[in-house]
Unconditional design. Structure first.
Lengths: 337, 495
C-alpha cells in the first residue's frame, strides 16, 4: 500500500519534472537572443553601443564625416524661415559651450567690458550668422550641456549647434551634420606625476572621468568590451568635460578622457596636468543641424568653404588654438556625399 | 450628638495594637496624646449576631478596612478621617498646581529664551547660506574681479552661518536629528567655501574652470547644504511648537483638584455647622480661603499667560515664519535669476509643451511664493510698524517682476550684455538688483519688528505665570494646616 502510493506520487513528480525540463529547454533555446537584445538596449542614454552601431551600418556608414551634402548658396525653406524672423528675433539661435577654454568661453577679465562668449567655435558661429543674415552679431548664443546637444536641435530650441561636436554614425541618425571643420582625436589627460602613460593597461584600477553622452564615453565603453581598456578601470560621467578637471583637481578622478583639442584646453588651465600618449581615435567636428534641413546644411558647408578660402579659419586657429595645439596645416579636406 | 461618650471605645491595650488605621496620619491630629484610636474589631461594638470569634487569618488590608470602618462609627474617628482627607486634598491640589504650572512656566520660558531664538537662528542659517550662494553667483556674473561690496556680503554671510551653527550646536542635544544636521552643515561649510575660493582663483586667471567650480559649489549648496539647513529649521520649529503645546493647555488636573478640595471643605463645614450649630470654623475657613486663592490665581494667571502666549504665536511666530519664508523665496528667486544668466539656457524644462529655461521657470515659481507670503504677511501684520515694510517690499517685488521681464527680453533677443546690466548693472541701468535689495531690507525690518512683538507678548505671558508654582505650594501648605487645625479644634472637644 505504502510503496504503491509512493510510486504513484513519484510518477506524479516525474510528470512535473518532465515539464520542468521541457520548460528549461525552451528557455535555453529561446532566451539568448532576448537577453542579447536587452543588453544592447540597456546601454543607456547613448542607445546601442558604438560597436554595434558600426556593425549594423557597416555598408552604409564607414566615414561619417563624409556624409554631408555638397555646398550651395541657395536659400531653402529653413533659411527663408530664419530670414523671415522679425525685429529682435531676426537672429540665428546657436547652441554653444561656455566652458571650453579657447573654443567657447567667457573671459572674465575681458578688456572689452562685455560679457560675450569667445573662442574658435564662437568665431565660426559669428561667421555663419554674417553670411546667412548679413550681420555677424545677429546671433543668440545658447549654452548647452553635452547631453542636451541633440535634444536641443530636435526640439527646435536652437537652429544649429557649433560646439566641438564630433560627427558620428549614431548621431547622423538623429541630426544632420555639416562637412568637418576640425580634426582631433581622443586623448588621456592625467597629472604629470601620475603613472598613467596613455590609453593602455596603465589605466587599470583608475577612475576615469568623461562627459555624459560624449564620444569619449562611447569609446571607453566599447574599449572595455574589446579589451583595449582594462576592465578594472572605472568610468564615470559629468555634464561637461571641464567638470572632469574639477574632479581631477579634487582627487575624485585619476584621469580624464576627452577630445585632444579640449584636453589641451584643460591642460592650459592647470600646469600640473598633461596629455598622456597619442590620440587613440580620429574625430571630426561638424556643425549639427536639424535632420531634413538640407538647405541650411548646404549653406553652412558653403560658409565653411568660404571660411577656409578667405583665411578666416587659419586666422581663428592662430588666435585661439595654436598656442596649445601647435601650428596647423588647415582644416580637414571636405568630401561630400 | 448621638455619641456623647466617645471615650468608651478607647481601648486599654492600645500600645499592643497593630499600627493605626491608614488614614489618620500623625500630623493630622497634632494635639492627640498617646496612642491613637485603634479599636480592634473585637473592641468595637459589633453588630448584633456577629460571632465573637475572629477568623484565624486576615490580610493587612482587610484589617485596615475594618479598623477604618470601626473608626467611622465614632465621631472623633470620623473627624480624624475627614481631617486627613481634607489635608490630603488641599496638599494634593497645591502639589499638582505647582507641578503643572512649573512645567508650563518652564515651557513658556523655553519658548521665549530657547526654542524661538533657535528656530530664528535656524532660519537665519538657511538665509545666510542661500544668500552666500546667490552673492557668489552675482560676483561671478560681474567678471574676474568681483566688487568689494559683493565680496564683503559673501564673507558676512559665511561668518553669520558659522557663528549661528555654533549657537545651534551648543543648544542641541547630542545624538538628536538637529545635532546631526548641524554636524553635517559644519562639515559642508568649509568644503563649500573652499570650492568658492577655487572658483575665484581660476576666475581671476580668466579660466572657465572657475565657472565649473562655481557650478560644483552651487550643486553642493542646493543639493546638500540647503536641504540640511531646511531640516534643521523644521526640527527647531517643531520644537517651538511643542513648547507652545506644553505651555498653553489649561492645567485641568490642578483646576479639577482645586474644585474638589473646595467642595470637600464646603461639605465639611456644612457638616460641622449641622452638628454644632457653629457657623465658622477658623481653620477650615482659612483652608477654604487659601484654596480659593490658589484656584483663582492658577485660573486667571494661566488664562492671561495663555492669551499672551497665543498672541505671541499669532502675531509673532506666525508672522516671523511667513516673513522668513518670504525672504527665502526672494533669495531663491534672485539666485535663479542669476543662474539664468550664468547658465545661458544650459538647463531646460518642458512646460506647457514648450521648452523653457529651467532657472527662469524656478524664478517665476519663487516669485509666486514670495507674492503669496507677502500677502499673508500683510494680513498678519497688526500694526503700522509691521505692515509698512511688507507693503514696501510688495511694491519692490512688482518693479522686480517688470524689470525681470525686460532682462529676459534682452537675453532672448541675444543682447546678453543688456540682460546682464538689467540684472546686476549700475543704478542707471535700473537693475533688478535694486529691487531684490529693497525686498531683502524691508523684510529684514519687518522681521525685527515682529521679533520685538513676539518677545513682548511671550515675555508678558511668561511673567503672568511668575511665582505661581511657589505661591501655589505655599498656599496649599497653609490651607492644609488650616484644615487640620480646624478639625483638631473640633476633635479636642471630645477630650
Amino acid at each position: 500500500m505504502t510503496t504503491r502510493r509512493l510510486k504513484a506520487s513519484l510518477k506524479g513528480w516525474g510528470g512535473v519534472g518532465a515539464m520542468a525540463v521541457a520548460c528549461t529547454l525552451t528557455a535555453v533555446i529561446a532566451l539568448p537572443p532576448l537577453t542579447h537584445a536587452a543588453q544592447d538596449g540597456s546601454t543607456g542614454v547613448g542607445g546601442p553601443g558604438v560597436a554595434t552601431g558600426l556593425q549594423t551600418k557597416a555598408e552604409k556608414c564607414t566615414a561619417p564625416e563624409d556624409q554631408s551634402p555638397p555646398p550651395s548658396g541657395a536659400d531653402g525653406p529653413t533659411i527663408t524661415a530664419i530670414k523671415n524672423r522679425v525685429g529682435d528675433k531676426r537672429k540665428l539661435v546657436i547652441g554653444v559651450d561656455q566652458n571650453s577654454y579657447r573654443w567657447g568661453y567667457r573671459d572674465p577679465n575681458s578688456t572689452k567690458k562685455t560679457s560675450e562668449l569667445e573662442g574658435f567655435d564662437i568665431d565660426l558661429a559669428h561667421r555663419i550668422a554674417e553670411e546667412i543674415l548679413g550681420d555677424k552679431d545677429a546671433v543668440v548664443f545658447r549654452a548647452i550641456p553635452t547631453n542636451q546637444r541633440i535634444p536641443a536641435i530636435q526640439n527646435g530650441d536652437v537652429d544649429m549647434v557649433v560646439r566641438t561636436m564630433t560627427i558620428t554614425c549614431k548621431r547622423l541618425d538623429e541630426v544632420a551634420f555639416s562637412a568637418p571643420y576640425f580634426q582631433t582625436g581622443q586623448q588621456v589627460l592625467a597629472p604629470k606625476k601620475s603613472t598613467i602613460r596613455g590609453y593602455d593597461k596603465s589605466l587599470a584600477d583608475k577612475r576615469i572621468c568623461t562627459a555624459a553622452t560624449s564620444t569619449a564615453y562611447d569609446t571607453l565603453t566599447a574599449g572595455k568590451t574589446k579589451g583595449d581598456l582594462p576592465g578594472s578601470a572605472r568610468v564615470f560621467t559629468v555634464p561637461n568635460q571641464l567638470d572632469c578637471l574639477v574632479r581631477l583637481q579634487l582627487g575624485m578622478a585619476d584621469a580624464v578622457v576627452t577630445d585632444g583639442a579640449l584636453a589641451a584646453g584643460q591642460a592650459a588651465q592647470d600646469p600640473t596636468v598633461e596629455l598622456k600618449g597619442d590620440p587613440f581615435t580620429e574625430e571630426y567636428y561638424g556643425v549639427a543641424m536639424k535632420k531634413g534641413s538640407d538647405d541650411l546644411v548646404r549653406r553652412v558647408n558653403q560658409v565653411l568653404v568660404d571660411y577656409r578660402n578667405s583665411g578666416g579659419w587659419q586666422e581663428s586657429y592662430n588666435k585661439w588654438l595654436a598656442a596649445d595645439l601647435g601650428p596647423s596645416s588647415g582644416p580637414p579636406a571636405p568630401k561630400y556625399k | 450628638m448621638t455619641y456623647g461618650g466617645g471615650q468608651v471605645t478607647y481601648p486599654t491595650k492600645g500600645s499592643a495594637a497593630p499600627p493605626g488605621p491608614p488614614t489618620p496620619t500623625v500630623p493630622a491630629v497634632p494635639s492627640q496624646p498617646g496612642p491613637v484610636a485603634t479599636p480592634t474589631p473585637a473592641a468595637a461594638p459589633a453588630p448584633p449576631g456577629r460571632p465573637e470569634t475572629e477568623p484565624p487569618r486576615r490580610t493587612a488590608f482587610a484589617e485596615g478596612v475594618d479598623q477604618l470602618r470601626a473608626a467611622a462609627t465614632t465621631e472623633p474617628g470620623r473627624l480624624r478621617i475627614i481631617g486627613a482627607a481634607l489635608a490630603l486634598l488641599v496638599v494634593a491640589f497645591g502639589a499638582v498646581t505647582a507641578w503643572q504650572m512649573a512645567d508650563r512656566s518652564a515651557a513658556a520660558d523655553d519658548v521665549l529664551h530657547s526654542s524661538q531664538p533657535l528656530s530664528d537662528d535656524a532660519a537665519n542659517i538657511y538665509r545666510s547660506l542661500a544668500d552666500a550662494n546667490t552673492t557668489a553667483s552675482s560676483g561671478f556674473l560681474a567678471g574676474g574681479e568681483e566688487p568689494a561690496e559683493t565680496r564683503a556680503r559673501y564673507e558676512r554671510d559665511i561668518r553669520t552661518a558659522a557663528s549661528l551653527l555654533v549657537t545651534a550646536a551648543a543648544n542641541s542635544e547630542p545624538g538628536s536629528p538637529s545635532a546631526d544636521s548641524i554636524a553635517k552643515l559644519n562639515k559642508l561649510l568649509p568644503e563649500y567655501k573652499g570650492l568658492i575660493e577655487r572658483a575665484r582663483a581660476n576666475n581671476r586667471q580668466g579660466f572657465p574652470l572657475g565657472g565649473a567650480y562655481l557650478r560644483y559649489a552651487n550643486n553642493k549648496m542646493q543639493e546638500e547644504m540647503l536641504p540640511e539647513a531646511e531640516r534643521l529649521y523644521l526640527k527647531e520649529n517643531g520644537r517651538l511648537l511643542a513648547d507652545y503645546d506644553r505651555a498653553t493647555p489649561y492645567p485641568w488636573a490642578a483646576i479639577g483638584l482645586g474644585v474638589v478640595a473646595l467642595g470637600a471643605l464646603g461639605w465639611a463645614q456644612r457638616r460641622n455647622y449641622r452638628r454644632t450649630n457653629r457657623v465658622l470654623n477658623r481653620g477650615m475657613v482659612a483652608a477654604t480661603a487659601a484654596s480659593t486663592v490658589v484656584l483663582l490665581w492658577v485660573t486667571v494667571g494661566h488664562t492671561v499667560a495663555r492669551a499672551e502666549l497665543d498672541s505671541s504665536y499669532d502675531h509673532g511666530v506666525r508672522s516671523l515664519n511667513v516673513l522668513h519664508a518670504a525672504r527665502i523665496a526672494s533669495l531663491k528667486a534672485r539666485g535663479n535669476e542669476n543662474l539664468t544668466l550664468v547658465s545661458r539656457g544650459a538647463e531646460t524644462v518642458q512646460q506647457d509643451g514648450r521648452t523653457k529655461d529651467a532657472y527662469d521657470v524656478e524664478f517665476q515659481k519663487q516669485m509666486a511664493v514670495l507674492d503669496t507670503r507677502l500677502t499673508e504677511a500683510k494680513r498678519l501684520a497688526d500694526d503700522q510698524a509691521g505692515s509698512k515694510p511688507v507693503a514696501v517690499a510688495a511694491g519692490s517685488m512688482e518693479v522686480w517682476q517688470s524689470r525681470h521681464q525686460e532682462a529676459r527680453k534682452a537675453d532672448d533677443s541675444g543682447d546678453y550684455q543688456g540682460a546682464l546690466n538689467k540684472v546686476i548693472g549700475a543704478k542707471a541701468d535700473k537693475p533688478t538688483r535694486e529691487c531684490f535689495d529693497s525686498v531683502d531690507e524691508e523684510l529684514d525690518a519687518a522681521l525685527v519688528q515682529e521679533g520685538k512683538e513676539f518677545r513682548e507678548a511671550a515675555g508678558d505671558g511668561r511673567s503672568a505665570m511668575n511665582g505661581l508654582p511657589v505661591g501655589a505650594a505655599a498656599f496649599a501648605v497653609l490651607g492644609a494646616a488650616g484644615a487640620v487645625l480646624g478639625i483638631g479644634r473640633r476633635l479636642s472637644e471630645y477630650r
